[in-house]
Design a protein. Structure first.
Length: 90
């Protein structure tokens, strides 16, 4: 990914997350709704009013699971699971 961060020792931290069951490497301590949608759907599905739902599990201690909404992000933890679904509201 093009977004990178460093941990306290100056080394890049790499996380393995699952997006729609596919293992993905992530190099930042946060991930946004928009980034997850792009990972899950690199080519957006056809339709005029596509909306996405992002649900996550196995998050950090502050919020282990939940729904991520547009414009927001969530701290990444190794082994997190994200389910991203697309719905056409036409």
């Amino acid at each position: 990914m093009d977004t990178q961060s460093q941990n306290d020792h100056g080394n890049q931290k790499t996380y393995t997350i699952r997006v729609n069951t596919r293992a993905t490497t992530w190099n930042d301590h946060k991930i946004s709704y928009d980034q997850l949608v792009k990972i899950a759907f690199p080519t957006p599905p056809p339709g005029t009013k596509i909306t996405y739902t992002v649900i996550y599990r196995k998050g950090d201690e502050s919020k282990r699971e939940g729904t991520l909404t547009q414009g927001n992000d969530v701290p990444v933890k190794d082994g997190m699971i994200f389910d991203v679904t697309a719905t056409d509201e036409s």
